[in-house]
Design a protein around this ligand. Structure first.
Ligand SMILES: CC(C)(COP(=O)(O)OP(=O)(O)OC[C@H]1O[C@@H](n2cnc3c(N)ncnc32)[C@H](O)[C@@H]1OP(=O)(O)O)[C@@H](O)C(=O)NCCC(=O)NCCS
Length: 183
């Protein structure tokens, strides 16, 4: 296991910044996660309540202390109180120096490149600071916007994982994207 220390200074790219979660994010987290798109693709609870947001924060904090996750809030670079979304490195495996990236954006933050910049920032940080040599990104075959994020970030489309994840209306086939891309 490795000790994960999230950066004291936000990671930035233009209008997008990543910083550790704070208790003050809870009201914005609740509002953002009430979007049905997020519940559909991520299995977040459908009627998202403050208790869900608190449980999410605690679970992510535990995972960070256990060395298996590095969770960041995506915020506006001009004002880091404005929550735009979430991006995390998950399922960190120190034997194989690999992990998975997961993310979502609040509805009003979409269509501006925040997810693309956030995923690129966290992957570069994970490689540089955590020594990760391999990151995967799993996207449902029906989730075209998320597949475009993976492609814009330079992930390779590598494999189709049949019936890999549970969704609300049945199981999803997933595409496994890999980074860095093969030369
Ligand atoms: C997946 C999700 C994060 C993608 O959001 P997004 O806004 O499409 O992604 P980005 O923030 O990278 O923005 C890209 C879009 O903004 C446009 N854009 C505008 N300025 C841009 C810039 N400077 N850089 C990149 N894209 C830009 C792009 O053209 C693109 O639109 P397009 O896909 O129609 O071409 C969002 O749909 C979401 O939160 N969905 C619900 C949860 C979810 O599915 N999570 C992922 C599970 S795998």
């Amino acid at each position: 296991m490795r000790r994960i220390v999230l950066p004291a200074e936000p990671l930035r790219d233009g209008p997008t910044a990543l910083r550790p979660w704070r208790d003050g994010d809870i009201p914005s987290l609740v509002t953002a996660c009430r979007d049905p798109e997020i519940a559909h693709w991520t299995l977040a609870p459908e009627r998202y309540e403050e208790s869900d947001a608190r449980a999410y924060m605690l679970q992510r904090m535990d995972a960070t202390h256990a060395g298996v996750a590095a969770p960041f809030a995506i915020v506006a670079a001009r004002d880091d109180r404005v929550l735009l979304g979430s991006v995390s490195l998950l399922r960190l495996d120190w034997t194989h120096l690999r992990g998975e990236v997961g993310y979502w954006l609040a509805r009003e933050a979409r269509g501006q490149g925040h997810a693309t910049r956030a995923v690129s920032l966290i992957c570069a940080w994970g490689a540089r600071e955590l020594g990760l040599e391999r990151i995967v990104l799993l996207v449902a075959t029906g989730n075209a916007p998320s597949q475009r994020v993976a492609e814009r970030c330079g992930f390779d489309r590598e494999a189709l994982l049949r019936s890999y994840m549970r969704g609300r209306e049945g199981r999803h086939d997933m595409i496994c994207f890999g980074w860095p891309a093969r030369a």
